[in-house]
Design a protein. Structure first.
Length: 249
């Protein structure tokens, strides 16, 4: 019998109280799900709906890591079928851990995707939780949740060493009424401390005008006027939110 999304959430809580399988059993079970995951992800990447459809439960929920959108089984199959032709992304599956509770299996893993378009390549890493249910003797995916893993940025060292070039960014920036970001020198680096905070974020330079707070997460890009004076900054977040702060006199 199948599991509803609500019952699956209950099973997730239940697994927290269940001990791990023995090392040999865990290894064999992980190998089984590695093969299933390979067929599943390869089918999705290639738009092979004939191979993909039997691996999906009827009440599938596939949550996109980039924006949190939840797709049903028909929506995922349509998205896969519409995949543009060309070489699919290469992926590696690591750190696979499996917990089984009756006819449900909870598979936690780290997935690394490698995309190549022309001479440009990119690598994306994410933590994945895939929940499978056993239907008619076969494991089928019931829920896929993916969270992107943020890698620390590589600082632009030529910019970091040019203190004269960084000095114009020091100042107070109004994010909103009563909410000010104080960008100042601290231990030889630019640090941004917003209103109400006691600890600031070190601004790691990635270019002459762009900085990454603490080297991860959102990106700050400073703006200048026609005369070259710094007049504010724009900060973009992973959830699509964009904040513009003006520099105070």
């Amino acid at each position: 019998m199948g599991y509803s999304s609500r019952s699956l959430l209950g099973l997730v809580a239940l697994t927290l109280a269940i001990s791990s399988r023995d090392a040999g059993g865990q290894s064999a079970t992980a190998a089984t799900f590695r093969r299933i995951l390979s067929a599943l992800y390869t089918g999705a990447a290639r738009g092979d709906t004939a191979a993909l459809e039997p691996l999906l439960a009827q009440d599938l929920v596939w949550v996109l890591g980039a924006n949190g959108t939840a797709l049903t089984k028909p929506q995922l199959l349509r998205a896969a079928a519409a995949h543009p032709p060309g070489a699919p992304a290469r992926f590696d599956v690591d750190s696979v851990r499996v917990r089984t509770v009756g006819d449900a299996a909870f598979v936690d893993l780290v997935r690394t995707d490698r995309w190549t378009v022309g001479a440009t390549s990119a690598v994306y890493r994410s933590r994945v939780l895939d929940v499978f249910v056993r239907e008619r003797g076969r494991w089928r995916l019931a829920r896929h949740t993916q969270t992107w893993l943020v890698d620390p940025v590589s600082p632009a060292r030529d910019v970091a060493r040019d203190l004269a070039a960084l000095r114009p960014f020091v100042g107070r920036y109004e994010i909103g009424p009563g909410y000010v970001d104080d960008i100042h020198w601290e231990s030889g680096a630019l640090v941004a401390t917003a209103s109400g905070q006691t600890t600031g974020a070190r601004l790691v330079p990635v270019s002459a005008t762009a900085f990454s707070p603490d080297g991860v997460g959102a990106l700050i890009v400073f703006e200048r006027d026609a005369a070259g004076r710094v007049i504010g900054y724009v900060q973009g977040y992973a959830n699509g939110r964009v904040v513009r702060a003006r520099r105070l006199p």
